[in-house]
Design a protein around this ligand. Structure first.
Ligand SMILES: CC(C)(COP(=O)(O)OP(=O)(O)OC[C@H]1O[C@@H](n2cnc3c(N)ncnc32)[C@H](O)[C@@H]1OP(=O)(O)O)[C@@H](O)C(=O)NCCC(=O)NCCS
Length: 213
């Protein structure tokens, strides 16, 4: 772990990072994956925060990546608060569960705090993020349009007390609205991989179709 360098992604890293994201997400949530295309699109989007586009490098090889986009919350009077959202976050299979994801996130939190950001809102598997201080969106009275608190919607205060319990609606960047057909075309630029069913896809289904009451 002490040999891991966390640094900003550069243009020459792009294909290596997309390949690692594809390897990490392939067949995880659905047969195949689109996250490498998402990363490709997010990079050129105005909501990307370049300072928070990070890679973890070990002996010259990129083994982890995270990128952040701008998002925001609005309260019922229309007041707005700028927030951060990360994703994709990926660690190369073979290097997972060794603290690389943790190192990437902790470094990004430090940078984000120094930039003045106070709140991060994500959609993800709770088991991956509760140890990083994320809590259910319900605890902060934050939800997407409507009144449902998705199980996978998690919130972290970078500054304690930044959220005061007021009902807030979350708006993620439009960078996440991608065209699935374009994602498929982009994937064909990579070596062919078999799309298969995995049990983890059921877990993803449960998390992405459930809410906290
Ligand atoms: C999710 C992912 C980014 C986490 O990165 P990682 O380097 O594997 O994880 P870390 O070793 O840093 O562990 C992070 C936390 O996960 C949890 N964790 C670690 N090992 C675990 C295990 N074997 N089982 C369950 N949870 C575990 C712990 O809470 C840990 O934090 P802690 O060490 O402070 O307790 C990585 O596994 C990955 O790329 N997975 C595939 C893609 C993905 O799921 N991305 C996230 C989408 S939501």
């Amino acid at each position: 772990m002490d040999r891991i360098i966390i640094r900003n992604e550069t243009e020459s890293d792009h294909r290596e990072v997309e390949t690692l994201i594809r390897e990490a997400f392939w067949n995880l949530n659905v047969p195949g994956c689109d996250e490498h295309y998402l990363a490709h699109m997010i990079r050129s989007h105005y909501d990307l925060i370049p300072e928070l586009d990070l890679v973890a490098e070990l002996d010259g090889r990129i083994i982890g990546s995270v990128m952040y986009t701008r998002s925001h919350l609005t309260d019922e009077s229309g007041n707005e608060m700028e927030t951060l959202t990360f994703g994709p976050l990926a660690v190369l299979p073979g290097y997972q569960r060794m603290g690389v994801g943790k190192a990437l996130l902790e470094r990004s939190f430090e940078i984000a705090r120094n930039m003045g950001y106070e709140v991060i809102v994500i959609f993800g598997s709770p088991a991956n993020y509760i140890a990083r201080g994320f809590k259910s969106c319900k605890k902060f009275n934050i939800c997407p349009e409507g009144n449902i608190f998705p199980t996978a919607m998690l919130v972290k205060e970078l500054k304690e007390g930044a959220l005061d319990g007021r009902k807030m609606t979350f708006h993620e960047s439009i960078a996440f609205n991608y065209d699935c057909a374009e994602a498929e075309k982009f994937d064909s630029l990579f070596p062919p991989k078999q799309k298969e069913y995995r049990a983890s896809q059921e877990e993803f289904y449960i998390y992405s179709h459930s809410s906290v009451n």
